[in-house]
Design a binder for this molecule. Sequence first.
Ligand code: SF4
Length: 240
Amino acid sequence: MIGRVHSIQSLGTVDGPGVRFVVFMQGCPLRCKCCHNPDTWDFEGGDEYTAQELVQKAKRYREYFGDEGGITLSGGEPLMQSEFCSEVFKLCHDEGINTCLDTSGVVLNDAVKQLLCHTDRVLLDLKYCDDDLYRQNVGCSIDAPLEFLEYLNEKGIPTTLRQVIIPSVNDDEQSVLMLKETVNRYPCVDKVELLPFKKICQVKYDDMDIPFPFSHLPEPSNSKMAELEEVINSKTVTSN
Ligand code: SF4
């Protein structure tokens, strides 16, 4: 089976526990206004790999993985190539390599459920906690990622919830408290990460000659991030 891969980061440290071989899968059906990887959207782009080729490559770095590290499939949206991703994860498990899936959680079908059988941890990018914000800034309803989260909880798959903090969109205390409520509702969530909105991707939009919808918004300050970290940490959840 062939998969389309946008790019590979051999030794990543921010996409899952420990040191990881991070594969950015090509293709995404969403159009998040804060997206920093618009170059992964096109389903026809990227390079073709077999699952064996990818795992062979990942194995070269296994001495760096230690106890916690392993492989992360990110994107783009890896769920759009779930059969291929399943095969990669199965091979990783045969080799004793930990598997982590970074996803927006907008698809839940039999192939995705199969993929989740071979997934050790999910990094679920819950873009917002509000349906209107989802519809305006992602282009879909919040129902799909919540249904996905429900399923992860049912299966007891360890989950990290991640949310990008965007000034004037979701950087208020109320919004972070809503995220905290979501975290507390689902025991499978054992970690939450607030990520600062970054604009370094502007250059990609310029290269592609398309507008960056959030180009007018600033990046959040360190003090704002610290303030919101405190809100999310104040009770039952931990963050990085
Ligand atoms: S899901 Fe990820 S890759 Fe797809 S548009 Fe949103 S941020 Fe970009």
